[in-house]
Design a protein around this ligand. Structure first.
Ligand SMILES: O[C@H]1CN[C@@H](c2nc(-c3ccc(C(F)(F)F)cc3)no2)C1
Length: 327
């Protein structure tokens, strides 16, 4: 029965979190993403112009999956593609002996420029794995039956190292009870329903809840436009800046705390988490950590929310469920 823990290291402004993963005989830093289901990495097959500065997977230790290829596009339209090898993957001591490792033969410039990241480790449901002609399992699905308990947990923090655990829940990492809600896997995401939102101490709701996904690979918290609008209406100097593509606030602002009701419990995102980052170094205007989910089709509970809670991704029962507890 395997269990393991690995650090989640924050990048600048907590834009993403990277964790060490051993693939074959390379240790790479991967972005764990509960919103996608491909484990891919820069490789010795990637063009040098695209992979400069990145750790590389050398497929010589693996066995090529003949005729298999992959091609993925993320929410921000960044993309990567390549071929596939079965190889040993170890995360925090948890070992998958024949994990589908997707070696990149092409990546978009956003990945090339993100030099700290050597690729992604998808933790959504394997139904949305992009490998053709035959989709393969995520790392979690590959090791699931060998884990002490078929769960992984997410403990991200603001500006500090957090952790992912596989196979167990660490009661020292949260306070109070864990509130569980059912997950709808139809779209391949850890999708749940939020009950409602409110700002500050007020119980005046900023709006009914709705369908949402828990997504460690998204930096911010994307909510119904009416909720985002109501939230920022309470901040002096807040504005929707079309050029920046979202709400901005003065970096000197102290935004109100933001409350989310899930499963009948209220979870609070400290207002400081919503003063996300200067538009560019030295700017006195900051980008808001809450943005409108217009056009996405559901809300996205990204890192701005997840770093305020302890989250349990539980596939140990008859149907998957998500658990949340205060950190
Ligand atoms: O697709 C959805 C699934 N989860 C979200 C996600 N987005 C990325 C991503 C990571 C790194 C980059 C880049 F380095 F800047 F290129 C871009 C996007 N990873 O997960 C959105």
């Amino acid at each position: 029965c395997q269990t393991g823990e690995v650090a989640a290291d924050p990048q600048l402004y907590d834009q993403s979190y990277l964790s060490p993963v051993t693939i074959g005989n390379s240790e790479l830093m991967l972005d764990f993403d509960t919103g996608s289901a491909d484990l891919w990495c820069f490789s010795t097959e990637s063009p040098a112009a695209q992979s400069a500065g990145h750790g590389l997977y050398n497929p010589s230790t693996g066995t090529e999956l003949d005729g298999a290829f992959w091609d993925i596009t993320y929410g921000d339209q960044s993309a990567a593609s390549g071929n596939v090898f079965a190889d040993k993957v170890v995360v925090g001591g948890v070992t998958a002996t024949k994990q589908a490792v997707e070696a990149a033969t092409s990546v978009s410039y956003e990945f090339t420029e993100d030099v700290a990241s050597d690729g992604l480790l998808g933790l959504a449901f394997s139904s949305i794995n992009t490998i053709l002609p035959q989709p393969q399992t995520t790392f979690f699905d590959t090791v699931r039956n060998s884990l002490a308990k078929a769960v992984f947990t997410v403990d991200l923090k603001k500006g500090a190292a957090g952790s992912y655990t596989f196979g167990y829940i660490d009661s020292s990492k949260y306070s109070g009870a864990i509130t569980y809600v059912p997950v709808n896997t139809a779209n391949g995401f850890w999708q749940f329903t939020a009950d409602g939102y409110s700002a500050g101490g007020s119980d005046s709701s900023t709006g009914r809840g709705g369908v949402a996904i828990a997504d460690t690979g998204t930096s911010l918290l994307y909510l119904p436009a009416s909720v985002a609008k109501a939230y920022y209406s309470g901040i002096q100097g807040a504005t929707f800046d079309f050029r920046q593509g979202g709400y901005t606030i003065p970096c000197s602002a102290t935004p109100p705390d933001f409350n989310v009701a899930i499963g009948g419990k209220t979870f609070t995102v400290p207002g400081s988490y919503i003063n996300y980052a200067p538009l560019r170094a030295g700017s006195s205007t900051c980008f808001g950590g809450i943005q409108a989910d217009t056009g996405i089709g559901f809300s996205i509970f990204g890192d701005v929310f997840l770093k305020a809670v302890y989250a349990v991704f539980d596939d140990s029962g008859s149907s998957p469920r998500l658990g949340f507890a205060a950190q």
